[in-house]
Design a protein around this ligand. Sequence first.
Ligand SMILES: NC(=O)c1ccc[n+]([C@@H]2O[C@H](COP(=O)([O-])OP(=O)(O)OC[C@H]3O[C@@H](n4cnc5c(N)ncnc54)[C@H](OP(=O)(O)O)[C@@H]3O)[C@@H](O)[C@H]2O)c1
Length: 333
Amino acid sequence: MEESKLKWGIIGAGIIAQKMIDALRQNRDSELIAIASKSAEKAAIFAERNRVPISCSYDEIVNNNDIDVIYVATTHNFHFENVKLAMEHGKHVLVEKAFTVNGEEAEELAAIAKGNNLFLMEAIWVRFLPSYKLLKKKLTEGIVGDVKQINITFGRFIPPKYEKRLNDPDLAGGVTLDMGIYPISFICFLLGELPSEVKATSVFSSSGVDMTADYLFKFPSGALASINTSYGLYLNNNATLYGSKGYIDFPDFQEGESFTAHIHNGTNTPEPGILISEKNNSNGFIYQVKEVVRCIRNGETESPVIPHQETIGIMKIMDKIRDQWGFKYPFEE
Ligand SMILES: NC(=O)c1ccc[n+]([C@@H]2O[C@H](COP(=O)([O-])OP(=O)(O)OC[C@H]3O[C@@H](n4cnc5c(N)ncnc54)[C@H](OP(=O)(O)O)[C@@H]3O)[C@@H](O)[C@H]2O)c1
């Protein structure tokens, strides 16, 4: 017998919600039934434009008994209260990155999910891309030996549509929670560990958030990593992973489908590179939607691909980074 579809609602009628709609429609086990916004007018316009049956308030969406799972697509500052509200009403939740603003909030949400037997996951969608999975598999198989050093650059001039959100301290803007989180998460995913040492420097925007930042990490395995990130500068968006037997070039860091392994077997003469590719769907969100459906159907409260402890650990790394700059958001004071 065919299982009934998971019914989704979205909180926050903004830019990313729009992209999620297409991914939900591509999933045959999912059905989007409601969009909620603080503004009734905005919700109604969004619903009409995207053919979503119900437009409503936050209170109405969490009290709608037909809805199984809520995608929280608001700005970072609201994630904690929106996720908490949804879970207090018995909803499973997929929440946009960054999961919360800090580690303390993350711990509280993970405890609520566990205590109420609800599924909760941070939408680090790139982890679920086939190309990322293949890279992780190749590294685990030892294609370049033990990974010793990683360099990642991830930066771009921010498109005007994101300017307000990224520049605003009240919305928990800044490069670390918005962009730095991706290379940090990528490295922790590939190495399977969290850093034991964290160092960071930054240049702040005139609005008072971190705009350009560099992070240095040391991991328990002895691996080192450096990250350059910025929302005010175009960087070449490249990841290089250096191992004991070779190195990997992973260009187009965020959405790349190909990487090249250069094997040197412990010499200073790498062999010609081996190109390895895996195609990703043009809407990379479809894979995380699939994982949410799989976990909820199996009664799991977290995904093994990005477990709560790792999400919390990554939030705490970003706390450490911001601590080094004495940077708190206005509502954290
Ligand atoms: N995965 C990705 O590739 C990706 C890309 C971009 C963004 N994101 C993440 O998605 C989330 C939303 O980003 P977005 O670009 O979609 O944001 P956005 O369109 O600027 O805003 C999303 C929603 O947040 C609320 N909001 C925004 N500005 C507000 C303000 N000044 N005051 C009160 N509420 C405000 C509104 O909710 P209401 O409709 O309820 O009023 C708005 O609809 C963030 O966590 C971001 O990091 C992810």
